[in-house]
Ligand binder design. Structure first.
Ligand SMILES: NC(=O)c1ccc[n+]([C@@H]2O[C@H](COP(=O)([O-])OP(=O)(O)OC[C@H]3O[C@@H](n4cnc5c(N)ncnc54)[C@H](O)[C@@H]3O)[C@@H](O)[C@H]2O)c1
Length: 591
């Protein structure tokens, strides 16, 4: 098949346009760069020369390749030059009227078969296409910044775009070494559509003082493996840009979760636009710097001292309980592993031994350390043995009645002054606390699975938790080398409250036939550097578990946008629960 679009015009050679021009020339195509005026054209060419020289220095390009590449690029200031192009990519600033004017002119200048693409992030491709008499040959080509490293390109079709034009554009993107995904014309397309709603919730969470900016960011990095926390990312993107994208999303969706959080407006109005202005959610060394500096007001307050923890009890015999026992034992703390029967407790200890053995065989643990850890763990089938421990972590079934009954039992057995912690991910910690006569000693310690590997623990204090109990758990987390983040006792804590609405949005995109499972997963991995796409993650977590968390979130906040997507409910009803049943959003059995 012939290579699509041998000659490409790029209108606007700023951050995106210059990068795209280079990527196209690299593929051996002729590039006609067009800037607003002669001065801008000179500056644009200088930028391209500089960027490619930098690539040679970094050994991403040889000097010969650079010479050949530059010979393929011409830069001028006359839009007429686009007449010779097979494809025109517009990359001028994000203003609808400017883009519409350019498209109307291009429509007059270019032969009827020329395909016209816009690089818009948040404007309507349909409205831009309507400025021409060839809407079937107009589409969006959304590249990501920086173009030379980001592989993703969203190919955006309006209702009028011809399938052929979209296919050719996708083939063109592939030929540039990019990974195209297909999206419809909706504000934010796939990546920003899913990303910005989540960033907005993080901003709102910070604004309500539910958790600190550092804790929100650390929770998402360590709990979900994201490359950056949401507030640091908002600073990088620019608070003003984020607001513009969210405004555009809200305009179309009328979903309150897309209405920019008031804090974004306040920061923008104050000129605190993020890294580029030197301050946003964080303060930076200088405008444009990525180095965060501490503010005078952020000086740490005096904390109360925690209670002494020399011995620990863990209730339960499942995955989480066994993992948590491993964490404590490896840190040298004696642990009583208490299960409903001696047999279950012994089995759990055997599981623990297996896990430690795996660490030894992978070279991550010495045989001595394994033996020392195992020697610290005593399995018991009797909760009465917990009488003398300083702290109990409960990791039994996620069922409020079961947990309350256990807390009532612990209340009768465990010595006064001991800390009682629950690992619940979706139940109110306060309901466990009120099952005891000592709610001030009860707290949430939300570990992540697998507990030995995941660094994060959400430390959840209720309205009744005593300050020294919170301090005890924070000190314990530091001792066992976990990163603790503090939050209040509301549904989803930090991580799940930010993660699951995003996963639900992805399911909604799929349910509305906006994009496919594969394209959405690819887009989030390549566009945001996420370790897994939303559907991969849902299949791993389990669709039933996910549905429960979404229902709890919806029940807590009553936000219509948080209602679980019907498609998720249907899959759960059909028994498609993800990897564990062999089928969820993907069919795992056949692989
Ligand atoms: N920067 C990003 O991270 C990013 C990522 C994806 C998409 N986008 C989108 O890409 C587009 C371009 O953004 P950018 O960041 O490269 O902007 P930019 O401001 O860096 O560059 C815009 C360029 O267009 C030129 N220009 C202005 N009017 C023109 C005209 N009439 N004719 C020709 N050239 C003209 C300007 O001189 C400038 O060089 C926008 O629609 C933006 O939303 C940006």
């Amino acid at each position: 098949m012939e290579r699509p679009f041998p000659t490409v015009a790029v209108v606007g050679l700023g951050t995106m346009g210059a990068g795209i021009a280079v990527a196209i020339a690299k593929s051996g195509r002729r590039v006609l760069g067009i800037e607003a005026d002669a001065d801008a054209a000179v500056r644009a060419l200088a930028r391209i020369e500089e960027a490619t020289a930098h690539a040679v220095q970094r050994e991403r390009l040889t000097a010969e390749e650079r010479t050949a590449l530059l010979a393929l690029i011409t830069v001028g200031d006359r839009l007429d030059a686009a007449a010779a192009a097979d494809l025109v990519i517009e990359e001028v600033p994000e203003q609808l009227e400017l883009k519409r004017e350019i498209f109307a002119e291009l429509d007059r200048i270019c032969p009827p078969e020329t395909v016209l693409a816009t690089g818009t992030t948040a404007l309507s491709v349909t409205r831009i296409a309507a400025a021409t008499a060839r809407p079937e040959r107009v589409l969006g080509l959304h590249f990501f910044n920086p173009v030379h490293t980001m592989k993703l390109v969203e190919v955006v079709r309006t209702v009028l775009t011809s399938p052929q034009a979209a296919e050719d554009a996708a083939a063109f993107a592939r030929d540039l070494g990019k990974e195209p995904v297909a999206a419809g014309d909706r504000a934010g397309f796939i990546v920003n559509g899913l990303l910005f709603a989540y960033l907005n919730q993080a901003a709102a969470m910070f604004e309500s003082r539910y958790a600190t900016r550092e804790d929100i960011d650390a929770a998402m990095r360590l709990g979900c493996g994201l490359p950056m926390g949401p507030l640091a990312l908002l600073d990088l993107i620019g608070i003003d840009t984020a607001r513009t994208v969210l405004e555009a999303m809200y305009e179309q969706s009328k979903d309150r979760l897309h209405a920019p959080a008031p804090i974004l407006g306040q920061l923008a109005a104050a000129g605190l636009l993020g890294r580029k202005s030197g301050r946003g959610f964080y303060s930076y060394e200088a405008p444009g710097s990525s180095r965060v500096v501490a503010e005078a007001s952020a000086a740490a307050g005096t904390r109360v001292a925690g209670r002494t923890v020399a011995s620990i009890g863990v209730c339960g015999s499942g995955t989480m309980a066994t993992g948590i026992v491993e964490v404590f034992a490896k840190s040298g703390l004696p642990v009583l592993l208490a299960a409903r029967s001696q047999e279950k407790a012994d089995l759990a200890k055997a599981q623990l031994a297996k896990s430690l053995e795996r660490s030894v065989s992978r070279g991550r643990l010495s045989a001595e350390a394994r033996d020392a850890a195992l020697a610290l763990v005593t399995p018991t089938g009797s909760y009465a043995d917990l009488a003398g421990v300083d702290l109990v972590v409960e990791a039994v079934a996620e069922d409020l009645e079961v947990k309350r009954e256990l807390f009532a039992t612990l209340d009768k057995i465990v010595k006064p002054g001991a800390v009682l912690a629950t690992t619940t991910s979706s139940l109110p910690v306060i309901s466990c606390a009120t099952a005891t006569s000592r709610p001030q000693d009860v707290i949430g310690m939300h570990f992540f699975n697998p507990a030995p590997a995941m660094k994060l623990v959400e430390v959840v204090s209720t309205v009744l938790t005593a300050p020294d109990v919170t301090a005890t758990v924070l000190e314990l987390c530091a001792k066992v080398k976990k990163h603790a983040v503090e939050c209040g006792d509301r549904a989803g804590f930090i991580v799940n409250a930010l993660l699951f609405p995003y996963l639900n949005d992805a399911v909604r995109m799929l349910q509305e036939h906006y994009a496919t499972v594969d394209d959405i997963d690819t887009a989030m991995k390549l566009g945001c550097g996420y370790p897994m796409g939303p559907f991969e993650l849902l299949d791993v977590v389990g669709l039933d578990v996910s549905l429960t968390i979404e229902q709890v979130l919806h029940q807590e906040f009553r936000e219509p946008g948080l209602a679980a997507a019907p498609l998720l409910e249907h899959l759960v009803a059909a028994g498609c629960l993800g990897r564990k049943t062999g089928r969820g959003f993907r069919d795992h059995a056949r692989r």
